[in-house]
Design a protein around this ligand. Sequence first.
Ligand SMILES: *[C@@H]1O[C@H](CO)[C@@H](O)[C@H](O)[C@H]1NC(C)=O
Ligand SMILES: *[C@@H]1O[C@H](CO)[C@@H](O)[C@H](O)[C@H]1NC(C)=O
Ligand SMILES: *[C@@H]1O[C@H](CO)[C@@H](O)[C@H](O)[C@H]1NC(C)=O
Ligand SMILES: *[C@@H]1O[C@H](CO)[C@@H](O)[C@H](O)[C@H]1NC(C)=O
Ligand SMILES: *[C@@H]1O[C@H](CO)[C@@H](O)[C@H](O)[C@H]1NC(C)=O
Length: 683
Amino acid sequence: MLFSRRKICRARWLLLFLFVLYIFVSIPKQDPPLQRVDQDLARSLDFSRVVLELSEAHVAEAGSLTAVLPVTPTSLLTLRNALSPLSDHPPDVSLYPWNGNPIAGVLHAATQPSTKWLLLLDETDLSGLSDRTREMLLCPVASGLPNGPRGVTGSPGNLSCEAPSPETRPASYLLPPFSLPSSLVQEIYKDWSELGHAISRSREDQLGGAVRGFGDPDSNWCNIPQSRTSIHAGVTEIFAPFQDDPSSGLFVFLLPDIDDLRLLLQLLCRLQQSGHSLRVLLYSESRTVLRMREIYNSSCSVQYDATRNTGRHIYPAIYDWLHRMEREADIIFTINEPATQPVRSERAVIIRIPRDNLPYVDWMGSLSLSEWMDWHVPQIQVSIITQDRPQSLERLLSSLTRGRYFGDSVSLRMNLEQSSDFETIRIVGAYQWGHGTVFTHRRVVHGGLLPAVVESWYPHSNDSYGVLLEDDVELSPLFYAWVKMGILRYRYGGARSETARLFGISLYQQKNIELHPEGRKAFDPRKLFARNHILDPSTPYLSQIPCSWGAVYFPEHWREFHAYLADRLSETTMEIERIVVPNVRSNNWTKSWKKYFIEMVHLRGYVMLYPNYEGFVSLSTNHLEMGSHVKDRPKEKQEMFRLPLMELRSSIHLLDLPGARLPEWEALPVLNLTGFLITRDKS
Ligand SMILES: *[C@@H]1O[C@H](CO)[C@@H](O)[C@H](O)[C@H]1NC(C)=O
Ligand SMILES: *[C@@H]1O[C@H](CO)[C@@H](O)[C@H](O)[C@H]1NC(C)=O
Ligand SMILES: *[C@@H]1O[C@H](CO)[C@@H](O)[C@H](O)[C@H]1NC(C)=O
Ligand SMILES: *[C@@H]1O[C@H](CO)[C@@H](O)[C@H](O)[C@H]1NC(C)=O
Ligand SMILES: *[C@@H]1O[C@H](CO)[C@@H](O)[C@H](O)[C@H]1NC(C)=O
């Protein structure tokens, strides 16, 4: 038996060193050197990358072996263990600086030593191997092939891992650790497979390595760090590249594992098809990644890197990976969990999404790079106006709880009327809001609906947005996605003066137009657009009508409304009865904030964006309950206003839009106060 006889093999270690500033350490022979190395490395970890050279006591003899091992912030912690197999005969250690991919570094350094044998390692060093396998690696038997326990067979596109066994098996190439005669490393190769292919080309039998192992406890090695693998998804639609924003970005996705990646495939494929570059790291994927090729599916393939670090080693591995990228990312997309909390970037916008929101992020694929870059700029607040309808309030609050907020901080303000009943006050007090601050406001003098609504929110800056909700409204869990998508699309991502006329975004679809002088009329925008030969009748549209059944209002216009209202109510410029907008029914409304908002909109030519999903599927609905303006509520009237809500898994999606994104501003149809299409002036 070959291994029953214990050979003494002299070993030399060549350490490839990443991320460390220059230090020079001379190790006195009698000292245990490794402790010193550890300390110095640890102290210097925060510096940038450079040279470290330890004294080299001996020139290696013929017949000895040099181990090449990358030292990174990750593997630093385990360096001593890595070197321990040789503790009975302390090795000579040389450190070489390297600035880049550690695989390329190991292969580069492998051309340096003058020993007959090389042992090439990765960050996982010799851990996970049995003693016999280690001995095989440290005392290699003469053969013209790389020899190790981890091999890959097959040809590119159809690779699989070769299970190690005591019998020698052929492989296309080996993954570290493996030993090989130094003479096989003739030039600098870029990765393991290139080395294997170079070896196999030089041989008649076309082998790139020999696999052999002896009961190694770690059978999970097939998912080696930095193995780049593809995952394929069926995306039938080919999305048009962005017209308005030709600049493409580098998007980095830091995700725990392959299941998270699967949830994001639609988004990733779309970004890729829009010309962006993607880098994906699965930082705690423990499964065998090479076998993941089962997910092949036609039109889109996303490449990813994977490491299987766990626990406290996750962040150094992520750091290491991020700093090895060819350029800095524009966007870092990750999930909101401790492992990635320390991720920082001077340049990139970091977006942290709660893991349970990942199934609902497809809409983000419709954003342009500059819209992504402004992700954190708008501050959206929710303001609720309530008086004495506790059941309604409870329904609204529970729909608010079901909402998805994509990691954004959203503050909530609850406005109670002076006449609020005990139950309403109790519900407000008991409500738990997990996405930001809560502020409760109660009037001391009964004001009625006009001041209740108008004073319920006031913008803090030009980036504050107010979602105003009366308590008989109920929300779709995706209302926030609709609001954010619209705000980013029409308010951010490059200044656009023409969208200054947009005063808000409605959550509610219009099914009736109330402002006809002769009374309410049913309304169906899809039919109207089809009749008028609008190319895609499913387009959202602009309307002059302000919506009070769930809408977000914009800061400049809301501020202006305050000023207009103050002026109007004071009668300094005109008497209160004066008709400002001819022929609209709102002139007959009394004590209505909307009446005055309609006047301002009419005078200024402002518009609101409305959704137009199939079947009136809406982001909010109204239950038309008894209140200040509703004195009776026959069933048929209630049904006229209640709309189906867009649910998380409903068949109608947020991206059921022309070209699967919110249209260009110029392409949106515009309706006047009585629901007629108007041609847009070019101003
Ligand atoms: C992939 O390799 C396996 C065995 O190595 C073989 O049976 C199979 O036919 C190959 N598939 C393709 C598509 O080449
Ligand atoms: C693969 O494509 C088919 C149809 O082309 C689709 O039904 C299936 O869901 C896709 N699988 C994945 C994983 O996307
Ligand atoms: C906010 O917008 C208004 C109206 O466009 C403008 O006059 C004002 O200067 C802006 N304020 C800031 C702080 O930019
Ligand atoms: C609206 O008010 C005008 C005058 O104030 C009145 O003549 C008209 O009948 C009213 N219309 C409705 C529908 O109440
Ligand atoms: C809306 O447009 C129609 C058709 O041009 C017109 O008859 C109607 O008066 C307009 N409504 C308002 C409120 O301006």
